[in-house]
Design a protein around this ligand. Structure first.
Ligand code: ATP
Ligand code: MG
Length: 384
């Protein structure tokens, strides 16, 4: 079996591989790049596994005129920069000791040992510079059947690193056949779910983002909910409306943050360690989903309002026909008056109050009130 992918022609990649190959080392493309090339899916990063020890990788690639950055030297990774692109080159490894979170590794010169420590058979595929695939653990038939299978016994592999529970659902969502998740793996994930307590929220957050970004994560999230895993990673989350959201997206996937908003978890920012910007986006989407769409568009812009429309539809309260045009119109509207229009008649805290009153009236009028009408409303003595 041979992969035919454009990235194989990248001259930077070819230079990295030949720097190692020419010195007699194995150097192979591994993991997601091989899997995705075989599936005809987009390849983002090209990772390389090699029999060369890290110092040797560094020496040989520098000798070939490339830049070697020891980004993860302790676990054997050197990032080699070739023609402006970074390739992570990692020495073959085997696990010496595991504690459910991180492993103590030893370097190896054997590809079969390297394959044994990878999580799933479809993630343990390698390809040489010509694209020829090497499959030490039987990943090709699993990939063809879109069957996500642990390398080795699921229970043993999960207790080595509990994050693999979430990785199982993530890769099933992306590459597994719907309705065909491996029952033995599912049972192991459910039984061992408590081990996730020891995994950092950063790592959990990174996996959950990738899971929710799958074209259709609804089956995987539903399985997580059934196994009690969703409640551990995202307390308060409700997976029930997710299939309806995916249906409403109608083949144009939204994004992970929209799916996350729909789940309505308690404090996702804390549980998933969201960045400040991501948290703001959650707040805006949550608010927008509760507002009439024109108001959502006026307050938060057309993009957020369109996502809010999907969320409302998924929750069984689809917006009224014509909403799409309403969003564009409302997003372009600006409150026609500003503080300076009301001064000096109103000053101090009353000014903010008056502006808010005018803005409510403006929204309620369908953005039709003009400057003079709004000024009159703003200057009316307040009801309180
Ligand atoms: P993606 O396209 O999402 O990046 P990927 O397969 O490249 O998919 P990564 O999380 O980037 O996934 O990991 C790269 C490779 O490293 C995997 O394909 C797998 O072989 C191995 N790997 C990563 N994390 C683990 C883990 N926790 N346990 C075992 N193997 C792992
Ligand atoms: Mg990757």
């Amino acid at each position: 079996m041979r992969i035919e992918a454009e990235f194989l022609q990248d001259s930077g990649l070819r230079r990295v591989l030949s720097a190692l190959n020419d010195a007699g080392h194995q150097a192979l493309i591994v993991g997601g790049a091989v899997r995705n090339a075989l599936l005809g899916e987009r390849v983002v990063d090209v990772d390389i596994a090699t029999s060369a020890l890290p110092e040797e990788t560094r020496r040989l690639t520098e000798k070939a005129g490339l830049r070697a950055v020891p980004t993860g030297i302790d676990h054997g990774t050197i990032t080699v920069v070739a023609e402006g692109h970074g390739y992570e080159v990692t020495t073959f490894r085997r696990d010496v000791e595991t504690d459910g979170r991180r492993a103590v590794v030893a370097f190896s010169d054997r590809i079969d040992e390297d394959a044994q420590r990878r999580d799933f058979t479809m993630n343990a595929l390698y390809a040489d510079a010509s694209g020829e695939v090497i499959d030490p653990v039987g990943g090709l038939p699993d990939l063809a059947a879109r069957r996500l299978r642990f390398v080795g016994a699921p229970r043993a592999r999960i207790t080595e690193d509990y994050l693999r529970i979430l990785r199982f659902y993530r890769f099933h969502a992306w590459y597994g056949a719907a309705g065909k998740a491996d029952p033995e793996a599912l049972a192991a994930c459910a039984d061992l779910a408590a081990g996730l307590e020891g995994i950092s929220r950063e790592r959990i957050g990174a996996e959950m983002r990738k899971l929710l970004a799958a074209p259709d994560p609804s089956e995987a999230v539903g399985l997580m909910a059934a196994a009690g895993i969703l409640a551990r990673t995202l307390p308060g989350a409700d997976a029930a409306h997710l299939p309806a959201l995916i249906a409403a997206e109608n083949g144009t996937p939204s994004d992970w943050s929209c799916r996350l908003t729909l789940l309505a978890a308690d404090d996702p920012a804390r549980y998933l360690r969201l960045s400040r910007d991501e948290e703001r986006q959650q707040e805006k989407l949550t608010e927008a989903a509760r507002l009439p769409l024109p108001e959502a568009a006026y307050r938060h812009g057309a993009r957020i309002a369109r996502l809010a429309a999907l969320i409302q539809t998924a929750r069984g309260a689809p917006p009224a026909p014509g909403w799409d045009a309403q969003i564009d119109r409302a997003a372009a509207c600006r409150l026609p008056i500003a503080a300076r229009d009301l001064m000096p008649q109103i000053t101090g805290p009353a000014l903010g109050e008056a502006l808010r009153r005018a803005e409510s009236a403006y929204i309620a009028s369908g953005f039709s009130l003009n400057r003079d009408e709004l000024k009159r409303i703003a200057l009316e003595p307040s009801a309180i």
